[in-house]
Write a protein that binds this ligand. Structure first.
Ligand code: C5P
Length: 417
């Protein structure tokens, strides 16, 4: 069998896929609706952690949120075991989104004034994530100029305000102050985050080295770790794409929601890439494909003979060039690892292989293949941009942003033509 599908499921189109949502629950009768909200957030793909104010625990039990979120619930700054597991600053950093639902009048007042006298207000002050609040309170409390001033101040600081909804209230009055339904809050959060740059697109990524067998125990390989390609696959998923990753032999875990196919040789990689090329919008060829393979693979282990051994090598297919030659090919992004004259060689490769973009990096001592950091020079027809030395995950994210922008530009041009 040339390659095997990993067990990871293919990308779901969950709109909050792996978004880390810190749900703050403050004291109010609407706190019971936050339990449903945890369910809906998770249905949308989010990872949820809940922080409750002390007052909220009078309305709903910690165990409810613990069970629904699948994570420990925090209620206090002074819980030593919870702090030891994940400190409050760490929790504030963990969040991609902070959503407070319900947000009571008191909680709004405290965060509007920068208080940090309990866990939730401290988290709001300590996070760099966007903060959204869903106010819920008696309609008179909502209408009170003090609450309205606090809301105006929060809006000014880019805090998003979802609701409140108008209708019958638990207190028997009617007016503005109801917590919107869970599904509406999820939709508001998704809308507030805006579209992701690769929403609805299918991205094919190749990564890692290829191994070309000499005999049953020896092979010709290279020093590619696969880190860059795997980081690119993960970044593409984060940007909203469905991602298939065709990987040579590497020791890396499959990024979440990526469909992975493992291959060994260049020819296996070629077959897997060609089979998938027609059904993908973008192909990012990050693999370090071996240029040559032994003409024949010995069926038993080669023995020492006391004489020099000549291995006859034949050239491997150029996978990227083959994809470029397909009549309907995806948007093509190649990599170029060069020891010198980086820009000239990379520009030449971009043109010769008919690519839409090339990511060039210098390789050599302490650079490129085996390390966690890299720097890239991006070239495309008529443009260039340097991405400074950074962690490969950070770099992959920047690269994906540029790929998405170029793909959109090229696509806009071709659909107008
Ligand atoms: O020509 P060079 O090997 O430097 O080109 C590098 C680019 O071409 C990379 O994107 C690499 O994944 C791809 N490539 C390929 N098949 C080969 C050799 C390189 O797809 N046999």
């Amino acid at each position: 069998m040339p390659f095997a599908l990993s067990e990871m499921s293919y990308m779901s189109d969950a709109p909050l896929d792996r978004v880390r949502v810190l749900l703050g629950v403050s004291g109010g009768i609407a706190a019971y609706k936050a339990a449903e909200l945890v369910r809906r957030l998770r249905d949308a793909g989010a990872e949820v952690r809940v922080a409750m104010t002390a007052n909220a625990t009078h309305f709903v039990g910690v165990a409810t949120f613990q069970a629904l979120s699948g994570n420990p619930v925090r209620t206090s700054l002074w819980d030593e075991s919870a702090e030891a597991a994940m400190g409050h600053i760490e929790l504030a950093r963990w969040a991609d989104e902070v959503l407070i639902a319900p947000a009571s009048a008191d909680l709004l007042a405290r965060i509007a004034h920068g208080h940090a006298d309990d866990l939730l207000s401290t988290l709001v002050l300590a996070t760099t994530a966007p903060v959204s609040v869903a106010p819920a309170m008696n309609q008179q409390m909502w209408a009170n100029p003090a609450t309205q001033a606090n809301i105006a101040q929060l809006r000014e600081r880019q805090v998003r305000v979802f609701g409140p909804a108008v209708g019958n209230q638990a207190c028997g009055e009617t007016g503005a102050g109801r917590l919107p339904e869970a599904q509406e809050l999820v939709a508001a959060l998704v809308a507030a985050r805006g579209p992701r740059p690769l929403d609805g697109l299918r991205v094919l990524v190749s990564a890692g080295p290829t191994f070309e067998d000499i005999d049953p125990v020896r092979f010709i390989g290279n020093r590619s770790s696969g880190k860059m390609g795997f980081a690119v696959a993960a970044a593409a998923v984060q940007a909203g794409a469905s991602v298939r990753l065709i990987s040579g032999p590497v020791a890396l875990p499959t990024p979440a929601a990526v469909q992975r196919i493992d291959v060994r040789s260049a020819r296996q990689m070629r077959d897997a890439v060609i089979a998938a090329a027609g059904s993908h919008d973008i192909f990012i060829s990050a693999a370090a494909v071996g240029d040559y393979r032994p003409r024949a693979v010995a069926t038993s282990k080669l023995k020492k003979s006391g004489k020099p051994l000549a291995l006859e090598l034949v050239q491997n297919p150029d996978i990227l060039a083959e994809v470029a030659a397909l009549p309907e090919h995806p948007f093509l992004v190649g990599f170029a690892a060069e020891t010198d004259d980086l820009e000239r060689y990379a520009r030449d490769k971009l043109e010769r292989k008919g690519l839409d973009m090339i990511a060039a990096n210098r390789v050599g001592e302490a650079l490129g293949f085996e390390c966690g950091e890299n720097a890239l020079l991006l070239l495309w027809p008529g443009g260039r941009e340097e991405l400074a030395m950074a962690d490969k995950n950070v770099l992959a994210k920047s690269l994906i942003e540029r790929v998405a922008a170029r793909h959109a530009a090229v696509h806009a041009k071709t659909s107008k033509a």
